[in-house]
Design a protein around this ligand. Structure first.
Ligand SMILES: Cc1ncc(COP(=O)(O)O)c(C=O)c1O
Length: 345
């Protein structure tokens, strides 16, 4: 196992999005109907029974959020209560015991504090990415919920998810679906991502940054942009994002819906986005914790590339949304009430 390099040896400007084995993570165990207190541990290897339902039947869910270094050296979290709530909803869908919000946030803060030297310096664009994970474990072989559960939060410093930073990239559509109409698309469960590996790989090999997934029932409406939600800006200055029960409810999406309306004065619309009606948009992008806002240059559909604003330049509204969101996340702009939680060091 290769441990993370010392913080002084890290090239903060060129981090990428890669696993790093940091000194500490949080681990709690659920047994006999309750969660134990959990603790910080230095062991990055989980020890599981071979019959664990997480391994066979996908009884697993996860979250992704970030800790941000501010100009004065503080560290802060962006809406961690939203991630806690979404994880509880994911747990409900695959019959796992929810981890309480207060305990979720305390665990995240404890991991940030213990690894504080790995939160990238302000101004590098880097953040500490946090990965809460819950898995069903223990002796089992039939398709049943697990007898025991593990909840862990581990972390790693990351840079931009889409290489090249805030520059447009092209997406393509796929034959494959990400989610089923009444399936698990709105839950952040592991199985949703296993099925996305092949279409994602095909898109990368064809030179695209990721896949635009269409609604699984009719294949006419945009649902997601890779591991991010989709938005478009119309000629009439509307911020439009798809609404569907098989889309992951993105914390970034709900934040941008608020900021687009209150800070940028745009009209916001959650509704159908037809793949054959992209002309209505003058800009488009993908939004998520990892991607932040990734401008979409164009979308390939039925062998035609539909270009929005430009394949090389970021559109003005997308840029403004990006600056507003990241300004709040890094503490340079005032946040709406309750969005920011400081980590006591
Ligand atoms: C499929 C999918 N859609 C959207 C998102 C964006 O969600 P969020 O903004 O909460 O990170 C993610 C990442 O969590 C995702 O995996």
């Amino acid at each position: 196992m290769t441990k993370a390099p010392a913080p002084s040896e890290i090239d903060w400007q060129n981090l990428g999005f890669n696993y790093m084995d940091l000194p500490y993570r949080f681990l709690a165990h659920y047994k006999d109907g309750q969660w134990d207190d959990g603790e910080l541990t230095e062991d990055s290897t989980l020890h599981l029974n071979e019959g664990s339902p997480a391994l066979h039947y996908g009884q697993a869910d996860f979250e992704g959020l970030k800790a941000y270094r501010t100009k004065n050296g503080d560290i802060q979290l962006f809406r961690p209560d939203r991630n806690a709530a979404r994880m509880q909803q994911s747990c409900e869908r695959v019959l796992m015991p929810p981890f309480p919000t207060e305990r979720f946030i305390a665990a995240v803060k404890a991991v940030v504090k213990a690894n504080a030297d790995y939160v990238p310096p302000y101004g590098t664009g880097g953040t500490l990415y946090l990965r809460p994970l819950m898995i069903g474990v223990g002796e089992n072989i039939g398709v049943h919920p697990a007898p025991e559960y593990l909840f862990t939060v581990f972390a790693m410093p990351v840079g931009a998810y889409y290489k090249g930073g805030v520059k447009p990239t092209n997406f393509t559509t796929s034959y494959y679906d990400r989610a089923a109409p009444h399936g698990t698309g709105k839950s952040k469960v592991g199985g949703n991502y296993g099925g996305s590996l092949l279409p994602g790989d095909q898109a990368h090999k064809a030179g695209f940054s990721d896949v635009i997934y269409l609604d699984p029932a009719t294949h006419t409406k945009i649902e997601e942009a890779g591991s991010a939600n989709f938005f478009g800006i119309t000629k009439n200055n509307e911020f439009v994002t798809p609404e569907s029960d098989s889309i992951l409810p993105s914390v970034t999406k709900y934040s941008l819906l608020y900021l687009a309306k209150h800070n940028l004065g745009l009209k916001t619309v959650e509704g159908d986005v037809y793949i054959d009606d992209l002309d209505r948009f003058v800009e488009a992008g993908a939004m998520g914790t990892a991607a932040v806002i990734a401008p979409i240059g164009g979308i390939e559909y039925q062998d035609q590339l539909h270009v929005f604003y430009s394949e090389t330049e970021v559109g003005p509204v997308t840029q403004k949304l990006y600056d507003t969101l990241t300004g709040i996340q890094f503490g340079d702009l005032e946040a709406p009430e309750g969005w920011i939680q400081k980590v006591d060091l």
